[in-house]
Design a protein around this ligand. Structure first.
Ligand code: FAD
Ligand code: FES
Length: 278
């Protein structure tokens, strides 16, 4: 059992949980994730370890509430127990001194981006951050990202904060202005990561993305997280989650992400009915 030591609602449907998990806090690195089973009957779902405090033995995850399992997690409060938390899983980010790194976070992808940008900054990279969301209320980790950035840009779909539009536009402006960019990290919805990768490929800028394929066991055995990288099958849980964005078969990823849409909807409808929320 893993105790929730703190719970913060960051915005509608996005929650930060601090969880007491000393062994995971000690051994985790940027880019890694945990599998969480909120209650005894629920499925297991992956979340990036957004931060950790070794002294307190606490890890933090940021959860967007979208389906049955995240709804169940959202019901838990401070001092409640999570049934299981397994990790750290996945490969750690290759943190090197690249030079100027553009760190792009779209929506809840900013929570996945943050630990990477933080570590890149620690060893002396110049961090140019671009974070985007649907509107100002949905922006997460703005101050945290600002604090570790040398340059910082915000975009919102409706223009309620920063530039109106998507994260691609500031990136395009930076590239066109001739700014030195040594690497791009882009994390968010698959379509956003695909567009960023298509753009950077034209300018031959190395681009790393973090893929959120559907996972079941998280240990390389079930094959549900399979993706095609440079035409070869890879498992996101053990070979990733980060890959070269220029080599990802994006169409294959997006088709596989929707494989269980019907079952997910039925499961959520049933859960909401049981909870009298529908
Ligand atoms: C390595 C990794 C790290 C992630 N980190 C975060 C994070 O930090 N914060 C966050 O909010 N989300 C993160 N996700 C996505 C998160 O795991 C899913 O949103 C969650 O599993 C949805 O579960 P659900 O039952 O609530 O929704 P469901 O009804 O099951 O599904 C809703 C949507 O989520 C996707 N999804 C469903 N199950 C999974 C699964 N097991 N793995 C991945 N996607 C799934 C489906 O494609 C569907 O579109 C991460 C995913 C991966 C693979
Ligand atoms: S989640 Fe089963 S192989 Fe990756």
């Amino acid at each position: 059992m893993f105790i929730i030591s703190d719970k913060k609602i960051l915005c509608e449907n996005i929650i930060k949980f601090d969880i007491i998990a000393p062994d995971i806090a000690k051994s985790r690195a940027a880019g890694q994730f945990v599998l969480v089973i909120p209650t005894k009957e629920s499925e297991r779902v992956p979340f990036t370890i957004m931060d950790a405090d070794i002294n307190k033995g606490v890890i933090s995850i940021i959860v967007q509430v979208i389906g049955t399992t995240t709804q169940k997690l959202a019901k838990l409060n401070k001092n409640d127990c999570i049934y299981a938390v397994a990790g750290p899983l996945g490969k750690q980010t290759e943190i090197e001194n690249y030079g100027a790194a553009v760190c792009i976070g779209g929506g809840v992808g900013t929570a996945v981006m943050y630990p990477i940008a933080k570590e890149l900054k620690k060893i002396g990279n110049k961090i140019i951050s671009i974070i985007g969301s649907r509107n100002a209320d949905m922006l997460i980790l703005e101050q945290e990202m600002r604090d570790i950035s040398d340059e910082f840009y915000i975009t919102t779909d409706d223009g309620s904060k920063g530039t109106k539009g998507v994260v691609l536009e500031p990136l395009m402006n930076l590239i066109k202005s001739g700014k030195k960019i040594d690497i791009v990290f882009a994390i968010g919805p698959a379509i956003m990561m695909m567009k960023v990768s298509e753009l950077t490929k034209q300018y031959n800028i190395k681009t790393i993305v973090s893929l959120n394929s559907i996972m079941i066991d998280g240990t390389g055995m079930c094959g549900s997280c399979r993706v095609l990288i440079d035409g070869k099958p890879k498992f996101v849980c053990v070979d990733g989650p980060e890959f070269d964005g220029h080599l990802v078969d994006w169409q294959n990823l997006m088709i596989r992400q929707t494989a269980f849409k019907h079952q997910e909807k039925c499961s959520l409808d049933k859960y909401l009915e049981t909870m009298n929320l529908k």
